[in-house]
Design a protein around this ligand. Structure first.
Ligand code: GLC
Ligand code: CA
Length: 548
């Protein structure tokens, strides 16, 4: 008897960041009816599910990652009825809706926090993390918030500090409290019962923290809580859970998504991203891209989860720059490099994620003034970085390379006004390159980026070697080329991608060479990859043949 592989193992996910996806009513803000209107675009790509960034009620200090009511939709995004309609209309097209679960913290405007911060005697007080002041009246520890300043925030009414590990607008929920955990699981079940296909769990590796020991990431109770959550919410539901973790390593990943763990299906890990960051100034002081280190991470993760667990595959999301600008060439070779990066990633083993606009090769935006940025992180860390010796110019240059607003400019649907995103003034500037980079034009081009993504997504659905073949990395030290093979039932799929703007003579390693059918290519098709190949700039090719 063979057990059927879970649906998400040959599906491709598509992330929607609702504020910038599509605006249906001209208020300049993307919304749920706008998403519904674009379901044909998603169905045409062939995606299996949407990861929908938060649409819950929120004051939007961190663009919805600060939720004030977990069972309500932000009015600017629509209503619960719109949400139900999105779930059912997506389902009719074979697309599941995976919601974002942001439960490390709530908004400071959540009714729990209002009650909690009004009185120590309110039962809600226990739902958050409070500490008395240090003997000198200052914060209980010097832990810093991710978005700048102390993580401890003084609350006069109760005479205590509360923890806001990200910002004062995002008070940490107290996972040590069983009533809190019960309330979260009930809320999750309420959404599952509405028909969603799963949850992407925001910074989930923080929930087991031991605040007094100063252990935040992957704290002592993390896995107990994830197992409890699984028991209380999963039952026999056929859903997908993905945990976001900025600290998970190849060693700890199996604890989250190992077969017998009963925790999560996969994790979003960031080792391949953060490895490229400056050790001191992180992403604000960009460094030259190191492909060998990049491969060491990607290949290493493929190997670490080869037998147990499952990889998520992504190069960007709403917290990261546009991938064609970061890793590709957003000038002369924009189209080909966008396809090359996609090929390199999508033919690995795991579940690939496409971030809105990636399928047309959208690029970073270039701002020259701080007031053009909208992101709490960028605005919040400016002063700290200046104080740490980064100049204002350097900081803005860094934000233009790595800042979160790059991925948050509106999706470019047309060459027309506001890129067809909205009939009103968008909440953040539209990239002026929408005149040439937009969905309409890409779709009309015979060799557009969309067509390439459609093909890659279809390959995963129809070739088991793509979804389940064993991965074997090759030429790890080559500074320009990513090369690997997949193996299944005596077949071999060789994937070779030149991640550079140079023509590269590449000696195909024997263990991945093959000849047969060209499944995907960004330049001319090839029916064999063996011996010495002269790879064109940003050429990627995948050949399926014999070789086991
Ligand atoms: C995650 C989200 C990010 C958010 C943060 C705090 O990293 O992806 O957008 O700011 O968590 O919720
Ligand atoms: Ca709107």
């Amino acid at each position: 008897m063979t057990t059927q592989a879970p649906w998400w193992q040959n599906a491709v996910g598509y992330q929607i960041w609702p504020r910038s996806f599509c605006d249906s009513n001209g208020d300049g803000i993307g919304d749920i009816p706008g998403i519904i209107s674009k379901l044909p675009h998603l169905a045409d790509l062939g995606i299996g599910f949407v990861w929908l960034s938060p649409v819950y009620a929120s004051p939007q200090h961190d663009m919805g990652y600060d939720i004030s009511d977990y069972r309500a939709i932000a009015p600017e995004y629509g209503t619960l009825t719109d949400m139900d309609r999105l779930i059912s209309e997506a389902r009719d097209r074979g697309i599941g809706i995976v919601m974002d679960l942001v439960v490390n913290h709530s908004s400071h405007e959540h009714e729990w926090f209002r009650a909690a911060s009004a009185s120590r005697d309110a039962p809600e007080h226990e739902l958050y993390v409070w500490r008395d002041p240090a003997p000198d009246g200052g914060p209980p520890s010097d832990v810093q918030a991710c978005f700048g300043g102390s993580a401890w925030n003084w609350c006069e009414a109760v005479g205590r500090y509360y923890l806001g590990y990200f910002s004062p607008y995002q008070p940490d929920l107290n996972w040590q409290n069983p009533a809190l955990r019960r309330a979260i699981y009930d809320m999750m079940n309420w959404w599952y019962d509405r028909g969603i296909a799963g949850f992407r769990m925001d910074v989930i590796s923080l929930i087991g923290k031991d605040v007094d020991a100063g252990v935040f990431e992957e704290g002592p109770d993390l896995h107990d809580f994830l197992q409890e959550m699984h028991r209380e919410t999963r039952s026999d539901r056929d859903i997908l859970t993905i945990g976001e973790s900025w600290s998970v390593s190849r060693e700890t990943a199996p604890l989250y998504c190992g077969r017998d763990r009963a925790e999560l299906d996969m994790v979003f890990q960031f080792n391949h991203i953060t490895r490229q960051w400056d050790p001191e100034h992180g992403k604000w002081r960009p460094r030259p891209f190191d492909l060998v280190a990049f491969k060491e991470e990607l290949f290493g993760w493929q190997e670490a989860l080869a037998e147990d667990g499952w990889n998520s595959l992504f190069l960007t999301n709403h917290d990261l720059p546009r991938q064609v600008s970061k890793y590709g060439d957003d000038g002369e070779y924009r189209v080909r490099s966008a396809k090359c990066l996609a090929t390199m990633l999508h033919l690995m083993k795991g579940t690939p994620f496409v971030y809105q606009g990636e399928e047309i090769g959208m690029t970073n935006i270039r701002f020259s003034r701080l007031d053009q940025f909208r992101d709490l992180e960028t605005l919040g860390l400016f002063e700290a970085e200046i104080a740490a010796g980064v100049s204002a110019e350097e900081f803005i240059a860094g934000a233009n390379v790595n800042g979160r607003d790059n991925s948050r400019t509106p999706v470019q649907w047309t060459a027309g006004e506001h890129a067809g995103f909205s009939s009103g003034t968008p909440w953040i500037e539209v990239n002026s390159n929408h005149a040439t980079i937009n969905v309409d034009d890409d779709r009309a081009a015979p060799d557009g980026v969309i067509a390439h993504y459609r093909r890659l997504i279809e390959l995963r659905r129809s070739y088991r070697i793509v979804s389940h073949g064993r991965f074997e990395g090759a030429a790890p030290e080559h500074p320009q080329v990513v090369a690997y093979a997949r193996h299944l039932d005596g077949q071999r799929l060789a994937v070779i991608a030149n991640l550079s703007g140079d023509t590269v003579d590449f000696d195909v390693p024997e263990e991945i060479a093959t000849a047969g059918e060209c499944l995907s290519h960004t330049a001319d098709p090839r029916s064999a990859v063996a011996g010495r190949l002269s790879l064109l700039p940003w050429e990627a090719v995948a050949v399926l043949g014999a070789g086991g």
